[in-house]
Design a protein around this ligand. Structure first.
Ligand SMILES: [Zn+2]
Length: 283
């Protein structure tokens, strides 16, 4: 397996002498080379990667062993933080609030300097360098979800932005019926961090693999109004192509709601996400 461990150099920013990750990231604009110079081969390779998004591929970018322990301890701290504040509150928790709570509660424990550097590195490294080509709606690690602008949707543990996203979801409910559920709504930086790092951890630190099914923190439009829907009773399979066989999916497409953020064969480096409704608004 050929893996580009370019994060090795970035790692020096984390464990070294105050070189900020932003500076190091900017000085390293090397895209992993694709195996072939032939365009057709590259397209085939790309489509293959998207089809088997959950498998490691040649030239995937991996977290370097030098910072692997820091990566793991960060994930564990995030998990403890989510457990302490609760899944609902964690959805919209900001970076600053998260750090403060971790500091104040020994069950979570303070984020170490290396962990904070690691988070900065993940946040400020251009995700295109490991294959994610979507836009980045949040530019700062400290960007927060304005709590006045969101509302908790009863019985879902999720939030939606008031205005167009909430109205869209209500209309969907009316037209599709009780069988449609909100599976994920507004997500702030911390939630996106945990989802992305959890996925990376399951794949032994493979950031490319993780980014094929989860936007890296800062790159998710769940911070700007997009949301996910599913069919009641389908559980985790709502986030698989099995969702396209459900009544909910069929009705949504008939009604014209499926203006997808990540359509089939998209060129953003992201798998097909038929459950992800594109609403994005100015926050
Ligand atoms: Zn989504």
């Amino acid at each position: 397996m050929k893996r580009r461990n370019f994060l090795k150099i970035l790692a020096m920013g984390v464990i070294g002498w105050g070189i900020t990750p932003e500076v190091v990231a900017k000085s390293l604009r090397i895209l992993p080379k694709t195996p072939s110079e032939n365009l057709d081969d590259n397209i085939t390779d790309y489509l293959n990667k998207m089809k088997y998004f959950n498998k490691p591929h040649d030239y995937d970018v991996q977290i370097d062993s030098a910072i692997y322990k820091v990566f793991e301890s960060t994930v564990m701290r995030f998990r403890r933080l989510q457990q302490l504040v609760g899944h609902g509150n964690f959805q919209i928790l900001s970076f600053d609030e998260g750090l403060k709570i971790a500091h104040n509660y020994s069950q979570v424990g303070e984020f170490s300097k290396a962990e904070i550097r690691f988070m900065e590195m993940i946040f400020y490294t251009e995700a295109e360098r490991y294959g994610f080509l979507g836009q980045k709606p949040l530019n700062n690690l400290t960007d927060r979800i304005k709590t006045k602008k969101v509302i908790k949707v009863p019985h879902t543990g999720n939030y939606l932005y008031k205005g167009l996203p909430l109205e869209t979801f209500k209309k969907i409910k009316q037209q599709v019926g009780e069988q449609v559920v909100l599976t994920s709504g507004v997500r702030g930086i911390m939630k996106q961090f945990l989802l992305f790092l959890n996925k990376a951890k399951k794949s032994n630190g493979n950031l490319s693999l993780a980014s094929r099914s989860l936007a890296p923190p800062g790159y998710s439009f769940h911070s700007n109004g997009d949301f996910d829907v599913g069919q009641t009773g389908l559980g985790a399979a709502n986030f698989t192509t099995r969702f396209t066989n459900t009544d909910v999916y069929i009705k949504l497409s008939e009604l014209g709601y499926l203006k997808l953020r990540y359509p089939q064969k998209n060129l953003m480096g992201v798998r097909f996400e038929p459950w992800h409704i594109k609403v994005s608004i100015d926050t």
